[in-house]
Design a protein around this ligand. Sequence first.
Ligand SMILES: *Cc1c(COP(=O)(O)O)cnc(C)c1O
Length: 246
Amino acid sequence: MDCCMSQIKENIISIQNRIEKACLHAGRSPDEVSLLLATKTVSPEGIKEAFRSGCTLIAENRVQELKAKYAHLQEETYTSHFIGHLQSNKIKDILSHGVSCLQSVDRLELAEKIHKKLITENRTLDIYIQVNTSQEESKFGVSPENAIALVREIAKLETLKIKGLMTIGVFSAEAEKVRACFRILKCIQGEIAALNISGVDVSQLSMGMSGDLEIAIEEGSTMIRVGTAVFGERITTDQFYWNESA
Ligand SMILES: *Cc1c(COP(=O)(O)O)cnc(C)c1O
């Protein structure tokens, strides 16, 4: 990681080109798709290089990394999301380290605990509901069957502002298997939108990564999350980030 600092700018340009091409192919406007950089294992210097290249939406997976880098990014103007599994005892840390949107809300107990904390701080937080569309046990996220019920419950917690849905597609060389995951998320989005639940906005669909962003854009993604294609291969396996028992 960071071996290729000079590459970061070039890589961002090439990702933007991929986004544009995919949008053109799908008959969508590139303005509908934002680029979020997944910065796990990336140094503050690497992140700053990305900022200088015009990309200022980033997300961490682990609270420890969020905290460590936050101190080095004080002078910067950027938007920070959180895309990792969150343990309840770390809620206070994401709230005090600049996170403006938590994309990984997947259970009611977690939502209730965040809500309690937000009440004491007299503030709100944007969230996405993470759905496990690949149905792999190793991935976090509410099951597709339970997603609507979870949204209904969380909608009652007035400090939590639901803005969208997030998923990680299955890792597969078979594009149609990956596509099926994104279709599930799009379908749930439609079902939730049709319910017109007060205060619930699911217009954001955070789906698609370095390897599958074209498919995600075809299937309606409004935010792709890219790490490897901008910052290079990671040494740490993603299991470390996606499944704490691993
Ligand atoms: C690491 C990560 C990404 C980016 O994955 P790449 O394949 O490196 O682009 C996206 N979403 C989540 C939740 C991640 O943990």
